[in-house]
Design a protein around this ligand. Structure first.
Ligand code: NAD
Length: 498
């Protein structure tokens, strides 16, 4: 939590220093090529720092360091309780540096610092703590053989895990991948998105301070087509955990086939439906959460509730509530705790969002927002935007925009709502609003998604698996199931005289 004022945050931002080199084998180093790229604050257009642009040579160096560390066994063969102690210390260090980590994400990709310091950074500490505490409570199996045959079935770390993450929750995505992978005893090579590498580099430094041995956690800033691709194609990476777009998730599957058949765990895009039925008693709460579901983090959320299906009898009244909420959430300086929405990550993403809005003006009814704006005369900001009368087939209702753009589609029957909700290549999440318990369960059962939230949106905790169906991917982050990705089952069969 934080009660810092706007000027406090501005002063801290001005005093901040950045880690800008790659973290390989326990040391910060330049990219082998010496190349760097600019880290730009999208709220101001200012260059924050120049970061190492890692390439294939750096991936080789990092994977070699990770492999050496894995084989040395100081981490991979440490007792689970020892890894737990180190990762709990890391969780404490994250808490001790909460404001700095929050600022790094806010400056790097435009999110509200208030959200970063109350949601993202505490979430990172919590997820490290949760996975650390879990790892010495997982028991292995003894197979039910007869006398004379003792077969131990154990979970062992897979080895070197590559992790490639997106820019929308930089610290949390780095955490979701690395907390479980590290707790399970793997070595990790993380490539954060080029738009937002700063918090992952600081995380690497904190991990070293906590006692994670050299080479066990490496962070390579760089571009997808170079560093990301080299990691995906690497012959000595055992598993690749990816979060990002569906298109790039498919590339990682192909990289695996072209190289060493590494396991690939894609967590990809979404176009989550939110179904509001007329029998929902608290429509104000539904509208509050529907607005949160699409406008939180500028709509740059994989599970953003970007398709709102409202029963026709309440549609006009609900639309009014939504417009009022959108108007109250105009963008502001991400460092101002009073701001309701931050900046869009970069010019390309802003252009993409405005492209959808421009096309939507011709095919649907724009009822709120719709403009790109500046704050204090600068930066990349888009108003919370709502389109009404959107045809189910309109790109507004089908494609992942990844911005603050909501499409409203009315429905007449439950069956029609479910059919439209399911008619998508994506299946990450959905929300349902109703006070009819049977309907809640029936609709939840019928929706092909990884998480269905009833009378809330984006329900999520460390205890529940997060991931999708269909082209939203198939890996699961969080919960004990996250260890499925980062462990292999190993059988040791012992013959003895019974
Ligand atoms: P992206 O796919 O463009 O990039 C994600 C990562 O992949 C980045 O690190 C990038 O450098 C790398 N990459 C890009 N091209 C590559 C290539 N050719 N080879 C190897 N690596 C490459 O996605 P983004 O724009 O950073 O993030 C937005 C996407 O992430 C959205 O689709 C969103 O839904 C998705 N997302 C999904 C989840 C989830 O849990 N399912 C969570 C957050 C974000």
């Amino acid at each position: 939590m934080s009660d810092l004022s706007h000027t406090d945050w501005q002063a801290r931002a001005a005093a901040l220093s950045f880690r800008s080199q790659a973290f390989i084998g326990g040391t910060f180093v330049d990219a082998a090529s010496g190349e760097t790229f600019d880290c730009i604050n999208p709220a101001t257009g200012e260059v924050l720092t120049q970061v190492a642009a890692c390439g294939a040579t750096d991936v080789d160096r990092a994977v070699a360091a990770a492999r050496r560390a894995f084989e040395a066994g100081h981490w991979s063969r440490a007792a689970p309780g020892e890894r737990k102690a180190v990762l709990l210390k890391l969780a404490d260090l994250i808490r001790a540096n909460l404001q700095e980590l929050a600022l790094l994400d806010s400056l790097d990709m435009g999110k509200l610092v208030q959200d970063a310091v109350t949601v993202d950074a505490p979430g990172s500490a919590h997820f490290f703590q949760w996975h650390a505490e879990a790892i010495d409570k997982l028991y292995d199996e003894v197979a039910p053989n007869g006398p004379g045959d003792l077969a131990l079935v154990r979970r062992v770390p897979v080895g070197v895990v590559g992790a490639v993450t997106p820019w929308n929750f930089p610290l949390d995505m780095a955490t979701w991948k690395s907390a479980a992978a590290l707790a399970a005893g793997n070595s990790v090579v993380l490539k954060p998105a080029e738009q937002s590498p700063l918090s992952a580099l600081r995380l690497a430094e904190l991990a070293a301070e906590a006692g994670v041995p050299d080479g066990v956690f490496n962070v390579l800033p760089g571009f997808g087509g170079t560093a990301g691709k080299a990691l995906g194609l690497h012959m000595d990476v055992d598993a690749l955990a990816f979060t990002g777009s569906t298109a790039v998730g498919k590339m990682f599957m192909a990289y695996s086939g072209q190289s060493n058949l590494k396991q690939v765990w894609p967590e990809t895009g979404g176009k989550s439906p939110n179904l509001v039925f007329a029998d929902c008693e608290n429509l104000d709460a539904a509208a509050d959460m529907a607005a949160f579901g699409i406008f939180f983090n500028q709509g740059e959320v994989c599970s953003a509730n970007s398709r709102l299906y409202v029963e026709r009898s309440i549609k006009d009244a609900f639309l009014e509530k939504m417009i009022a909420r959108a108007e109250a959430m105009q963008p502001g300086d991400p460092l101002d705790p009073a701001s309701k929405m931050g900046a869009i990550v970069d010019a390309a993403q802003t252009e993409r969002i405005m492209g959808f809005i421009g096309a939507g003006r011709k095919t649907a009814n724009l009822v709120a927002g719709g403009d790109q704006v500046t704050v204090a005369g600068r930066g990349l900001f888009v108003q919370p935007t709502i389109f009404d009368d959107v045809s189910h087939d309109d790109p507004l209702a089908r494609e992942e925009i990844f911005g603050p753009v909501l499409s409203i589609v009315p429905f007449d029957t439950e069956a029609e709502a479910v059919e439209m909700a399911n008619d998508s290549i994506y299946g990450l999440a959905a929300s349902v609003w109703t006070d009819n318990l049977s309907r809640a369960l029936r609709v939840s059962d019928a929706l092909h998604v990884g998480t269905c939230s009833v009378n809330t949106v984006d329900a999520l905790s460390a205890q529940t698996p997060f991931g999708g169906m269909k082209q939203s991917g198939f890996g699961r982050d969080l919960s004990l199931h996250s260890f499925d990705k980062y462990t292999a089952l190993k059988t040791t069969w012992i013959k003895y005289r019974a």
